[in-house]
Design a protein around this ligand. Structure first.
Ligand SMILES: C[S@@+](CC[C@H](N)C(=O)[O-])C[C@H]1O[C@@H](n2cnc3c(N)ncnc32)[C@H](O)[C@@H]1O
Length: 278
């Protein structure tokens, strides 16, 4: 007879031996998801019997994690800012460092009324801003139709009126916005091969790869941003480690200057804020 507490311990041990990641947390999340229980229920009901069918299902989930599939992709959700977002293999799992974009926009909002989130993916940025700012019109865009399906699903779950558009950066965008926010793909070809297996094998490449030097998307965006940003508008862009100077040079080439650069919790330059030159 298999008891819940025993399964929890054996899953934790197997994950510890084979993945060297957050074994205890992952085992708990797999059990909660597989048995549709809360963490409290798993802790308090360790003598619950696990049926053969349940065990087969749980072992399949464990195998996916042992093969380095991200836990968020297995359980289909990821916490970001104040909310939980549905995720699948078509979108990047929202990252904690991207919350700095939300913090930056919210701390500097003024009387801005329109926001565009370029490369919205799961919609985590657009929807988090929509939840925080009820009187602001927010649009999310992405080149991936599959990502837009996920973003719309999240928007419906969170009951926000965010509009989502399919567009290759600005190609199908006609309006101007007070704020343009984006976490574009910024991994270079060299960096891609160094990425951990859970990222390299399971996150969509279109969400990661930023061309040979990682900067192609900034060049594409900077090329057209002036026609889509209001005169006093601000652009907020997440950047990769060590990209600050190159990204600011790209924007300055197209007539935009840095108004701020923010560091993430590890002290890495993570968000650049740019405005049109006067
Ligand atoms: C790094 S992910 C960011 C996803 C989400 N905003 C987040 O922060 O978690 C980059 C997103 O840009 C989208 N993307 C890639 N190339 C694009 C393009 N040419 N035009 C529009 N979106 C693009 C990808 O599909 C992906 O959803």
């Amino acid at each position: 007879m298999n008891l819940l507490g025993h399964v929890l311990r054996s899953f934790t041990q197997e994950l510890k031996d084979k993945t060297n990641m957050c074994a205890q947390r992952d085992a708990m999340l797999l059990l909660c998801f597989g048995l549709d229980l809360s963490m409290n229920e798993v802790y308090l009901d360790q003598n619950r019997t696990i049926s053969k069918t349940e065990l087969i299902k749980l072992k399949k989930l464990l195998e996916r994690r042992v093969n380095f599939e991200p836990i968020a992709k297995i359980i289909g959700k990821k916490q970001f800012w104040d909310s939980s977002f549905y995720v699948d293999k078509t979108v990047l799992d929202p990252r904690p460092e991207t919350e700095l974009l939300i913090e930056s926009v919210l701390s500097n909002l003024g009387s801005n009324k329109t926001i565009l989130d370029l490369g919205t993916g799961s919609g985590c940025i657009a929807i988090s801003l929509a939840l925080a700012l009820s009187d602001v019109k927010i649009t999310g865009s992405d080149i991936s139709e599959e990502a837009l399906i996920v973003a719309r699903k999240n928007s419906k779950t969170h009951q926000v009126k965010t509009c989502f558009i399919k567009s290759n950066w600005f190609r199908n965008i006609s309006k101007k916005y007070d704020i343009i926010v984006s976490n574009p793909p910024y991994i270079s070809d060299d960096e891609f091969f160094q990425l951990p297996r859970d990222v390299k094998n399971y996150e969509p490449r279109i969400a990661l790869l930023g061309g040979p030097d990682g900067l192609t998307c900034y060049r594409d965006i900077a090329h057209s941003i002036s026609s889509h940003l209001t005169d006093q508008g601000v652009g907020y862009f997440e950047i990769g480690q060590g990209q600050r100077c190159d990204v600011l040079e790209i924007f300055s080439w197209y007539g935009l200057s840095a108004v701020d650069v923010k560091k993430d919790l590890n002290g890495i330059d993570r968000v650049v804020c740019v405005k049109k030159d006067a």
